[in-house]
Design a protein around this ligand. Structure first.
Ligand code: PRP
Ligand code: URA
Length: 214
């Protein structure tokens, strides 16, 4: 059956991303390799996701003469990982965008209700003028992503993009129904959720696999 399509969802089909996602799904992948792969995929995704960032002209001197170049316009980009698993995506993107600021949103999913429980929120000031990249490897029911975007908006953020590695149609639907103007980028749109809210085929518990807590 063909995967559903959604407005404002981009599935990043670059061969290197797909290759690395397959390694990530494999249950034999060690914590060390899992961490490395999450960073590499996040970096490749960031390359795609930033391709429409506005530029502004800038004058510079080469060793030979003055010339006009271009720089990314506006305030520093801000990466906002959703704790814990989103932390795994920060380093890879920061290697591409070393000047990026980093905020943090602490959320975990209650095991019984699957509802997000929030415990931390800190982002850099100047919220109105910043581009926020919200990071979480997994978009399952969508509860965590929706809550994180709501919290960012409440703090004044106006330009938010959501990057995840693996997502389920149910979560994408919920996210785009609640926050239709927030572009969602995913490396894989999977089949469904199981009765415990895990993505199928998925990759298991991203936080546990990333930090070796199981
Ligand atoms: C995982 C994942 C997302 C959330 C996705 O985090 O990293 O934040 O679940 O599920 P949802 O779309 O149904 O909300 P988890 O709650 O396991 O917390 P952790 O990262 O601290 O392990
Ligand atoms: N959180 C995860 O880490 N994995 C899933 O499949 C669903 C939620």
């Amino acid at each position: 059956m063909a995967a559903p399509t959604f407005a404002n969802l981009t599935v990043l089909t670059h061969p290197l991303i797909q290759h690395k996602i397959t390694l990530l799904r494999d249950k034999r992948t060690t914590t060390r390799d899992f961490k490395q792969l999450v960073n590499e995929i996040a970096m490749l995704m960031a390359y795609e996701v930033t391709k429409d960032l506005p530029l502004e002209p800038v004058e510079i001197d080469t060793p030979l003469e003055r010339t006009e170049g271009h720089q990314v316009a506006g305030k520093k980009l801000t990466l906002v990982p959703i704790l814990r698993a989103g932390l795994g995506m920060v380093e890879g993107i920061a290697q591409l965008i070393p000047s990026a600021r980093v905020g943090h949103i602490g959320l975990y999913r209650d095991h019984d209700t699957l509802a997000p429980v929030d415990y931390y929120f800190k982002i850099p000031s100047g919220e109105h003028d910043r581009d926020f990249f919200l990071l979480d490897p997994m978009l399952a029911t969508g509860g965590s992503a929706v809550a994180a975007v709501t919290a960012l908006k409440r703090a004044g953020a106006q330009r938010i993009r959501f990057l995840c590695l693996v997502s389920a149609p149910e979560g994408i639907r919920r996210m785009l129904d609640t926050h239709p103007e927030v572009p969602v980028y995913t490396a894989a749109l999977d089949r469904a959720l199981n009765d415990k809210g895990y993505i199928l085929p998925g990759l298991g518990d991203a936080g546990d696999r990333l930090f070796g807590t199981r």
